[in-house]
Design a protein around this ligand. Structure first.
Ligand code: GTP
Ligand code: MG
Length: 225
């Protein structure tokens, strides 16, 4: 028996245990009427910045909380808490992604019944987080202009699964080479019709369209049985 035939089933077992835990998280979130979003992006793309901008632009339309995934620090959770958000920190101890069990541990620390929206900032990484469902309703990918326009082609797994895509730092378009049509073509091949929001956390451009969409999704979720 080759090595691969032993290894592959082990990975599958780990993933299905994670999926079971993710289903429990989903039940808990649905029970509390909370729309939960998994923010994924490379390090520094602007996950925390988008969270803070979203809070500002929502202006009370949705009651929001956050879970901050990080290798080792609580820097982002402190920023969120300072902005007035209920925030929980998960440190992965060097792990490159959050998993459903980590989220299950974090949820009781949040006032779920007082929230409409929970944003989970995953660990900055364009590979690992795509493989672990958390039980969230929407996977949102945040790309950013300085990362380069080839990222959909190089990290297809992440782009394929996303329910929405933010392109952050569009204020930098005049300063860095980024072919928007080439980028969008790559996205379209992997994820046809995915909702795309070009935004800038620096200037605020595009943020209102994103938060209006979010409010619509949260309200639609609440109408579901
Ligand atoms: N020019 C510009 N800079 C931005 C924008 N959004 C975020 N930044 C900057 O990008 C850097 C990283 O932003 P963060 O929000 O910390 O990114 P992150 O994805 O949360 O980073 P990690 O949590 O470390 O993975 C910071 O210096 C931000 O000020 C933007 O729209 N335009
Ligand atoms: Mg961050």
């Amino acid at each position: 028996m080759g090595e691969m035939t032993v290894r592959i089933p082990v990975v599958e077992n780990i993933l299905s245990a994670n999926d079971r835990m993710a289903a429990l998280n989903r039940e808990r979130l649905d029970g509390a009427g909370v729309l939960a979003i998994n923010f994924m992006a490379s390090p520094g793309a602007g996950k925390t910045s988008v969270i803070l901008k979203t809070l500002e632009a929502l202006n009370g339309r949705l009651r929001m909380g956050v879970v901050e995934g990080d290798l080792a620090t609580s820097i982002d959770a402190e920023k969120a808490a300072a902005a007035g958000l209920p925030a929980v920190q998960i440190n992965t101890g060097g792990g490159c992604h959050l998993d459903a069990a980590m989220l299950a541990e974090a949820l009781p620390a949040l006032p779920l019944s007082d929230l409409d929206l929970l944003i989970i900032e995953n660990v900055g990484n364009l590979v690992c987080p795509a493989n672990f469902r958390l039980g969230t309703h929407l996977d949102v990918l945040i790309a950013s202009v300085p990362e380069g326009d080839d990222k959909p082609y190089k990290y297809p797994g992440m782009y394929r699964g996303a329910h929405a895509l933010l392109i952050n730092k569009i204020d930098l378009l005049p300063y860095v080479p980024f072919r928007m049509d080439y980028f969008r073509r790559g996205v379209e091949i992997l994820n046809p019709g995915v909702e795309i929001f070009p935004v800038s956390c620096r200037t605020g451009e595009g943020i209102a369209r994103w938060t209006d969409w979010l409010v619509g999704r949260a309200r639609a979720g609440r109408r579901q049985p």
